[in-house]
Design a protein around this ligand. Structure first.
Ligand code: SAM
Length: 306
């Protein structure tokens, strides 16, 4: 990391991967967070374990599939799960700048514990976003409603500090993926975004991968170019891809190498798309070429050439 190098100078272990301003650690997030300096990170997006992988079933592509996502997603009992959420949020609070903000995503299995821990730690809640998934999987039991949203809490470290919110971009930007967003009107707290497209998973998939459109919106809403974005549960690094695409610095941490390897492939693809685009652009690309590239990166065309 260039100007962010100072931030990482106290971390004893070597990054698993580093390229320009995209850095990955293979570690328990608590270890890395404890070695970062206080007040050094602008924004954290965290998608912690949901603690729901305990033998249930769901439906995927019309087939019954196990909901077991991995050992990392098993519940250790109510109190242990809660204590873990408290610990990582406490560690995040220490490293966030006073005006920095934290996003925490979860389903009903985990989000209330997260919310409780967040408030106990004195974070100041700004919003709870409801991410509506119009293509959510059906409910198998037919005994309750089909879960079709996740909640994403957005909170500021310090009640009195002034956090970044790019209000105008949210209101007047183009958000064609979201049928709920009306042009020129304020962005509301319910976002309709499809689960990740096939193209986002062509290197292999992470069981709880977030769509790039979701992270793009979060990064653009709450950070500026050059800001340091951190994801303590980075998985396939959707946060890092959105951060890098929009010229933010990124630190991602995960305990599973296979997900970090997936992240590296996704990052390489982003780099090659940007390179390809620059070459095409130097030769005056056709409107169609620019449109195709922008679609592949899920960006607005003008954003590609900033
Ligand atoms: C819900 S997934 C995140 C998915 C990610 N948002 C994406 O788009 O791919 C949670 C991730 O946290 C990792 N994890 C679980 N406990 C961890 C810990 N203590 N430290 C670091 N990573 C952890 C898991 O390996 C898993 O990849």
């Amino acid at each position: 990391m260039e100007t962010g190098a100072k931030i990482l100078s106290n971390v004893a272990q070597k990054p698993y991967f580093t390229k320009d301003n995209f850095v990955l650690y293979h570690s328990n997030c608590l270890d890395v967070l404890s070695q970062l300096p206080e007040n050094s990170v602008d924004m954290i997006f965290a998608d912690p374990p949901y603690n729901l992988s305990n033998g249930g079933f769901s439906v995927h592509a019309g087939r019954m599939v196990s909901v077991n996502k991995g050992d990392w997603d098993k519940s250790r009992g109510f109190q242990d799960d809660y204590d873990f959420h408290y610990k990582w949020m406490e560690a995040c609070k220490r490293v966030l700048k006073p005006e920095g903000s934290l996003w925490v995503s979860g389903t009903y299995h985990s989000i209330y514990q997260c919310g409780h821990a967040l408030q106990s730690l004195g974070y100041h809640i700004l919003n709870d976003i409801s991410w509506f998934k119009p293509n959510a999987s059906p409910n198998l039991s037919c005994r309750f409603f089909t879960a079709s949203h996740e909640t994403i809490i957005w909170a500021r470290k310090d009640k009195k500090a002034k956090h970044t919110f790019n209000y105008d971009l949210m209101k007047n930007g183009q958000w064609p993926e979201d049928f709920l967003k009306k042009e020129g009107l304020q962005m509301r707290s319910v976002w309709s975004i499809l689960t990740p497209r096939k193209a986002e998973k062509h290197f292999g998939k992470h069981p709880t991968q977030k769509p790039i459109d979701l992270l793009k919106r979060i990064v653009l809403a709450s950070t500026k170019e050059g800001d340091v974005v951190l994801d303590p549960f980075t998985g396939s690094s959707t946060t890092g891809i959105a951060a890098s695409a929009f010229k933010r610095k990124f630190i991602g941490i995960d305990m599973e190498k296979k997900y970090l390897d997936l992240s590296i492939k996704r990052h390489a693809e982003l780099e090659s798309l940007i390179k390809e685009l620059n070459q095409v652009y130097n030769k005056a690309p056709s409107k169609k070429q620019v449109e195709i590239m922008a679609n592949r990166l899920s960006m607005k065309q003008e954003e590609l050439f900033k």
